[in-house]
Design a protein around this ligand. Structure first.
Ligand code: G3P
Ligand code: MG
Length: 369
């Protein structure tokens, strides 16, 4: 038997323990797999030990991302189910009953529209739709005519009358939902601030009073300030856009913007994940069908947990580990991602993992088991 089997044989009840895995830096590195992830994920699936994936990433449907993960990790025998995936914007599904006509920000291309419509939002407006309806709303945009034609909705169908000429119905927008990192940051900043300071979400209008409460709600899917790609230095992520929105809003209103932020390390995201992990355990025990999991409400923590212990496995102390520690889960930090040797010495405030730092996800899970 392999060491992992020896360790797990000691488990009396495999469903008493749960794992929540971060994706980037734990299971994947860029678009490539982290080899140890394949072995340990396969093992957990075969043993029916409950686990889910919780990422601050997004921008594509849960189905597309899980297909990519299964393919990349070569999990043909024991594929991960899309129910087991929570992306940063997944909990926004909860908002559908009260948010019908929504401005969905972030990229890439038109994929985010597909995600939002797939969740069931009735009327999805994208910044490129506004530019198509009236380019003067942000004349510095860098979309080509072809992109506007391809990605932008026909203004008549989206009932947009941005310039107030009275040609369209100009229906109010219910909320601004920032799904993913911005690809058109200038345009998004302008139209977001327009709406937050409008008369009840009607574009082209400006309210007459100042307030910390925006005219329509705004939700950010995560607070990540930086992300890393092939460039030498980390790049700005959604947290940077959020700072810009908050700063400009305060300049206009003299008060701090009231907003909601999802994603790790926010408690709201861990509550949501906890519900899903509990329901996935029910699937493993044959008490529920996959595809039929609950839709947790925001800020509604589970009353009871069936788990003796849940572990958050992550590569980022600031999001994964801080959030897991605050939620009283065990935390496992891996060396395959954002965390660098010496980070704790350089920044003593950084959250430390309760179980320890491990070379990779497999070693961390084995220690937990
Ligand atoms: O926000 C950037 C994204 O890459 C984080 O992903 O899976 O590490 O939470 P993850
Ligand atoms: Mg990560």
């Amino acid at each position: 038997s392999t060491p992992v089997e020896e360790v797990a044989q000691k488990l009396e009840s495999p469903q008493d323990i749960g794992f929540v895995f971060d994706i980037d830096g734990v299971l994947l590195k860029g678009k490539k797999r982290i080899a140890e992830a394949t072995e340990i994920i396969t093992y957990l699936s075969k043993k029916k030990i409950p686990f889910i994936l919780l990422t601050n990433g997004g921008g594509m449907t849960e189905k597309k991302r899980i297909d990519f993960i299964n393919m990349t990790l070569q999990l043909t025998e024991t594929p991960i189910h899309e129910d087991q995936l929570i992306q940063a914007h997944t909990p926004m599904k909860t908002l559908i009953p009260h948010h019908k006509r929504v401005l969905i920000c972030g990229g890439p291309k038109d994929d985010v529209r597909e995600v939002a419509e797939g969740y069931g939002f009735e009327d999805v407006i994208r910044p490129v739709d506004l530019i198509r309806a009236n380019p003067t709303i942000w004349p510095y945009h860098m979309f080509t005519d072809e992109q506007i034609e391809e990605w932008g909705r026909d203004p008549a169908s989206s009932k947009l009358d941005v310039d107030g000429t009275g040609c369209g119905e100009n229906l109010p927008i219910d909320s601004v939902l920032c799904f993913n990192d911005s690809r058109a940051i200038g345009a998004e900043l302008q139209v977001i601030l327009d709406l937050l300071n409008s008369e009840d979400g009607v574009l082209g209008t400006r309210r007459t009073y100042k307030s910390g409460k925006p005219s329509i709600p705004i939700v950010f899917s995560n607070n990540d300030f930086l992300w890393s790609n092939e460039y030498k230095q980390p790049r700005f992520a959604m947290g940077a856009l959020k700072i810009a929105v908050l700063t400009i809003y305060e300049k206009i209103n003299g008060q701090k913007l009231e907003q909601l932020t999802l994603g790790k390390p926010e408690k709201v995201c861990y509550d949501y994940a906890h519900h899903i992990l509990i329901d996935w355990r029910k699937v493993l025990l044959g008490e529920k069908q996959p595809g039929n999991l609950c839709l947790p409400q925001l800020n509604d923590p589970p009353i009871n947990t069936p788990f003796k212990k849940v572990y958050m496995v992550g590569d980022n102390p600031e999001s994964d580990i801080t959030g897991g520690n605050n939620y009283n889960w065990g935390t496992i930090l891996v060396r395959t991602g954002v965390y660098q040797e010496g980070d704790f010495e350089r920044n003593p405030e950084t959250s430390r993992p309760s179980l320890g730092i491990f070379p990779n996800v497999k070693e961390g899970v084995m220690a937990a088991l």
